[in-house]
Design a protein around this ligand. Structure first.
Ligand code: FAD
Length: 452
């Protein structure tokens, strides 16, 4: 095929690349999107297994995620609420299982008080942080020097309270152990959701899902871009100068004025840049790494937990499966559970045989919801760590000290090269909403640069 000529070439057809392409197209620019996989959506991905809809990747939307809400409104996509009725289940560090109502974990008054103290302190500092520029906070350097694990313990000596609070950001969001990232990185995560209280409120952060699934959002945007989306076209080579770029896909080559690299930051180095990127980018890109989480899907003939008055919302900071939710898809009569196993516990799972892994994980679900959880009709594990074009989940974050040191330049373009990813977002950081925001923002910057 002869090389294509476009105003902008976009590498990666996840929500960020597609949002950028869509906005550029609306502004009258010509685009081509080159996608490595045989599908669009990136870290959002759906499959049907034995009749059940499984969202393998990103799926939830929260009320503050207004960029994503405005996009789905434009696309005519509806949402539905996660099933939240009934009691939640908490398993304490000593293994005690409690079904409870309300927001507070059933952990005893002293620990509740310490957890509330930690939440108040996290909310207080979060309110001072602009998620677009967390490195500008007056205490940013100091907060980026200390691990989240140790910082929590400077505020409270209640180990249980620190573990419970740590879970929300470590296992629950960044999917790395709390000793591997800084307090500033944790505060960016909470600032990206408006407050730490929002982040710990599962009814807020995991509020609703898309009718037609989250991947459906990318599919709908790609449909509007029509033939300008090229699947099965990993870009491994990019020539560039101040005048423009040439992106080489597997069977499509695109000459363009600008390029949007809309792949996760840990994959920037898969592309060979000619000439090489500047020193700053070479170094920065080595400090952004993916977390690791296994998303567990178990489908049952009925949502049996509802008969027992349970919502299937379960937490256990020391449990193999640290969080569980009712994930039954809109209109289905089967019952689906989703659970999460992160960082070190996820590593350990991949040391086991497939049969032993399944047995351990189902046992983990049964500890919360009883024996009936042991026999699902469908059992599936999302493992983005084994996906060549992602290599982890949910997203990338900096190592200790990296956010303050490298963050200020992470969104700068290098001549015609622009970077766009949920992992570079402020609001909606690590979420589809952030991917959409970054796509739109990058498109606006390019339009301003091209049109003057
Ligand atoms: P991606 O979605 O990663 O898209 C990047 C695209 O680039 C991919 O399609 C990839 O194939 C392609 N690509 C990579 N390298 C190349 C190359 N060299 N050439 C061409 N193409 C390339 N977010 C939420 O909002 N809610 C959730 O509930 C939620 N849950 C999640 C659960 C899981 C298991 C995972 C993995 C993520 C979850 N997320 C969630 C995060 C959300 O999915 C991501 O933030 C979002 O998909 C990022 O969009 P993106 O476009 O920046 O990157």
């Amino acid at each position: 095929m002869a090389p294509l000529d476009r105003d902008v070439v976009i590498i990666g057809a996840g929500p960020s690349g597609l949002s950028a392409a869509y906005e550029l197209r609306k502004a009258g620019k010509t685009v081509a999107v080159l996608e490595a996989r045989d599908r669009v959506g990136g870290r959002t991905w759906t499959d049907t297994m034995d009749g059940a809809t499984i969202e393998i990747g990103g799926q939830w939307i929260s009320p503050d995620q207004t960029a994503l809400y405005s996009l789905i409104e434009e696309l005519g996509i509806e949402t539905f609420e996660r099933y939240k009725q009934g009691k939640s289940v908490y398993i304490a560090e000593d293994g005690t299982r409690t079904a409870y109502d309300g927001e507070d974990f059933p952990v005893g008054e002293a620990t509740i008080a310490e957890m509330n103290k930690l939440i108040a302190e996290l909310d207080r500092i979060t309110a001072e942080i602009d998620p677009d520029v967390p490195w500008e906070h007056p205490r940013a350097a100091e907060l980026d020097m200390i691990s989240f694990h140790h910082w929590l313990r400077t505020i409270s000596s209640d180990e249980s309270a620190c573990n419970n609070i740590g879970l929300f950001i470590a296992g629950g969001m960044l999917t790395k152990p709390a000793h591997t990232f800084s307090a500033l990185q944790a505060l960016l995560m909470s600032a990206s959701a408006g407050s730490f209280s929002n982040l710990v409120d599962e009814d807020f952060i995991l509020d609703r899902r898309m009718v037609g699934t989250m991947q459906g959002v990318s599919i709908a945007v790609a449909a509007r871009l029509g033939d300008d989306v090229y699947l099965n076209n990993p870009v491994l080579k990019l020539d560039w100068s101040q005048e423009g770029v040439t992106a080489y896909g597997a069977d499509v080559t695109v000459n363009a004025k600008k390029v949007v690299i809309a792949v996760p930051p840990n994959l920037y180095s898969r592309i060979s840049y000619n000439p090489p990127l500047p020193r700053r980018q070479h170094i920065t890109h080595q400090h952004q790494s993916m977390g690791l989480v296994i998303k567990v899907h178990a489908v049952y003939s009925t949502p049996f937990w509802r008969e027992e008055g349970l919502s299937a919302t379960c937490f256990g900071p020391n449990q193999l499966v640290q969080e569980v939710y009712d994930n039954t898809y809109h209109g289905e009569s089967t019952g689906t559970l989703v659970g999460f196993i992160s960082d070190l516990k996820a590593d350990a799972m991949f040391e086991l045989s497939e049969a032993a892994r399944k047995e351990a994980i189902l046992q983990g679900l049964a500890e919360y919801l009883g024996e009936r959880a042991l026999t699902p009709e469908v059992f599936y594990l999302s493992d983005f760590g084994s996906e060549e074009w992602t290599r982890g989940a949910y997203a990338t974050s900096y190592d200790l000290g990296g956010l303050y040191r490298f963050g200020p330049a992470q969104n700068e373009n290098v001549g015609p090269i622009y970077f766009s990813s949920s992992d570079l977002a402020g609001e909606g950081y690590q979420h589809v909403d952030g991917a959409v925001r970054m796509g739109r923002r990058t498109a606006a910057r390019i339009i301003a640069a091209v049109d003057g």
